[in-house]
Ligand binder design. Sequence first.
Ligand SMILES: C[S@@+](CC[C@H](N)C(=O)[O-])C[C@H]1O[C@@H](n2cnc3c(N)ncnc32)[C@H](O)[C@@H]1O
Length: 462
Amino acid sequence: MNKCWKTYLLWFAQEHTEFRSAEINSLLSLLNIEMRYVEKPKDIEPYWIVEFSSEDDVKLLASRSVSLRNCIELWAHAKSIPAIHDKLKNYPLQLYKSHFDANKSFKIEVETFCRHFTQKEKVDKLEAFSYLPVSGPVNLKNPDVTLQYIEYYGTISNDPPELPYFVFFGRWVANGLRQLIKKLSLKTRKFIGNTSMDPQLSLLMANQAKVKDGDIVLDPFVGTGSLLVAAAQFGGYVIGTDIDYLMLHARTRPSRIKQKMREKDESIKANMKQYNLEHKYLDVMVNDFSVSFWKDTVQFDAIITDPPYGIRESTERIGTTKTDCKVKEEHLHTHIPAKIDYGISHIYRDLLLFSAKHLKVGGCVVCWFPVFREDYDEKSLPSHPCFNLTANCEQVLTKVTSRRLLTFEKIRDPTPHEMETYDHEIIDFRKKYYTAREESRKERRTREAQIREENRKKYEKS
Ligand SMILES: C[S@@+](CC[C@H](N)C(=O)[O-])C[C@H]1O[C@@H](n2cnc3c(N)ncnc32)[C@H](O)[C@@H]1O
């Protein structure tokens, strides 16, 4: 049977725009949806014009997307206001007659992007559509049909043009998942820490990992469990590990300025309960990721994680530099093992090796990776023969540093030889970060000393 393709306008939030394409591509693959581009999307524009063969597909995509604000079935778009009215007047609107039915309530919304108009001006714009053959009653609160008219004035809000660059008209179909970002806000979350991941990025990561109902999802550097919250929200059963006993037991110093002491019942489990996701919580355990304690047969559907870079939190693993070190039998039960540095190369090597062994084929590892922007080269990213890098999005942090959200899809199981011999040296971000910081401090001190010297000379002269 021939598919009947219809044109839709996808309107995105202008936030974390660098993750937009990767998120939509992951969701299309997860939900098995076909989408065709009518126009090649431009990164800076907040909208895409695309085609779907079924409205259910559009609704399904919107029900999972965090980047998407809303989707409308696009009836007309043009480069000017008179042109869109001409198009609509000449358009065979009977194609849409079911939406104009006398017993269907409706409303028309006017949106202007990047330019403010008064309510009166908006009403004038709305009245220009009086030729539409709508016959049902107006219902502003809960209409059967919402028609949307959008004037797009670009993205520079402090200097918008007099006339819109583009205008769009269509029928609202679905909203994206933006309201979830507010619901999961760190401001109101029971247990947070200094490195808790913000909800929008956590949800994007869970989407990149294609988490679906019933999946088992692991975060091996779980911290306060923000990524688990996002994965559970999409139906995953979640489990986490972290080396920091105090963090997992919520006994670290509180991160909220006004909070003096942690409350007794703060925990990752309490966060899950707060969002009615307790039934998706498996457990969290204290574990050094460099010493795996999982049975060989354990398999996960997805691994999402934000490994430590050693800037805001320490990168440590259990170990010692001493050569001859044996703990006496009688001291074993109170012994706290020594820790040594856990370099970035080791962390990402362990993560990919672990995932090669414990992730199901077709599953995804989604992780952040810190880079110095001037050094960045795709070849310097972690890699492994069992994984394809399917997405790589940059989030700029400072002038010189950024972190990249990497998505690896497992394509096959490793051979025993690969498990033994795999190694991958990568630039030590932490070492370079502190060296660069020290150099810039030295430069600043020299500059300040020079200024002081110049001022002293000026003063002496006068
Ligand atoms: C960037 S934080 C993760 C934050 C987390 N995504 C959240 O939302 O709270 C990195 C975590 O890795 C943990 N970590 C550091 N070294 C580790 C190791 N060797 N094994 C397991 N966890 C480790 C730290 O204790 C820290 O909680």
